[in-house]
Design a protein around this ligand. Structure first.
Ligand code: NAP
Length: 234
């Protein structure tokens, strides 16, 4: 593994990691897919174009193994010569060797296998250990300054638990209602709340009434100590 020439940004927790953005489309009831894990393709062409645009500028793309499988992704930026690293996280490390990712040209493949040190994935650089450690390795040893994550909900939940999301992009798809407790949300299956709040401010609001979608972006708010007045007012 080569050493990275420049320092990556440090998270507020002190953990070294890349700057991380995420992108998801959510149905009007807050689901990212159906109970049967319907693959992507249920939003408009404009949303798909935005998805590709948001990949530009990333040094690495990241998805969970569930999304890799459901969406048969090859994780590339069309028409761009320099392709970002293609990173997939798994706990068990059971990857389908016939998956198109492993048979299509593109950026280097990096696979995180968090809980199965003995496994032998089909190809690529394999990282063992935690998601946080893998993010640090990508930043420090592979020059990843900007990482863009495309889900799914299980992985976004894990990033949110690490408080490691700097910007998130949403397509609110008012034309679709998936419903069902077993349908994944932006933070995985409906379950417990995060241990504390994450603060973001809206930076982009682009409603498309003709298609029933709205493109939104949110940027992480720097944490600040409460102003004295805030404390007194409580
Ligand atoms: N609407 C959208 O924008 C959008 C975007 C993405 C995906 N989706 C949809 O969402 C569904 C999949 O979502 P999902 O939540 O089930 O899957 P996911 O987050 O893509 O993948 C979950 C898997 O990722 C691995 N993983 C998660 N957290 C990890 C961690 N901290 N460390 C190591 N590995 C970790 C585990 O893999 P192992 O099982 O291998 O251990 C886990 O089972 C699909 O239907 C897909 O089409 C929709």
């Amino acid at each position: 593994m080569g050493a990275c020439g420049s320092a990556a940004p440090a998270a507020e927790s002190g953990v070294i990691r890349p700057w991380i953005s995420t992108n998801l489309a959510v149905s009007i009831d807050g689901k990212i897919s159906s109970i049967a894990h319907q693959p992507s393709g249920w939003t408009t062409r404009e949303d798909h174009a935005r998805l590709l645009e948001l990949r530009r500028g990333a040094d690495a793309l990241l998805v969970g193994r569930g999304t890799l499988e459901a969406d048969r992704m090859t994780m590339k930026i069309p028409g761009q010569e320099h392709q970002p690293l293609r990173c997939v996280v798994s706990r068990r490390g059971v990857f389908d060797a016939a998956h198109p990712l492993f048979h299509s040209p593109g950026g280097e493949i990096h696979l995180l296998v968090a809980e199965n040190p003995g496994c032998d994935p089909p190809c690529g650089t394999v990282h063992h250990g935690t998601l946080a450690a893998c993010l640090a390795t990508l930043a420090e040893q592979h020059g990843v300054k900007r990482l863009h994550c495309e889900g799914g909900g299980g992985l976004i939940r894990a990033l949110a638990e690490l408080d490691a999301i700097d910007e998130f992009h949403l397509t609110l798809a008012g034309h679709t209602l998936f419903a069902g407790h077993g349908a994944p949300t932006a933070t995985g299956l409906p379950g417990g709340f995060l241990p504390n709040s994450r603060e973001f401010e809206m930076t982009h609001f682009d409603p498309r009434p003709e298609s029933g979608e709205c493109f939104l972006s949110y940027l992480r708010r720097e944490r600040r100590a409460p102003a004295r007045r805030d404390v007194v007012d409580q």
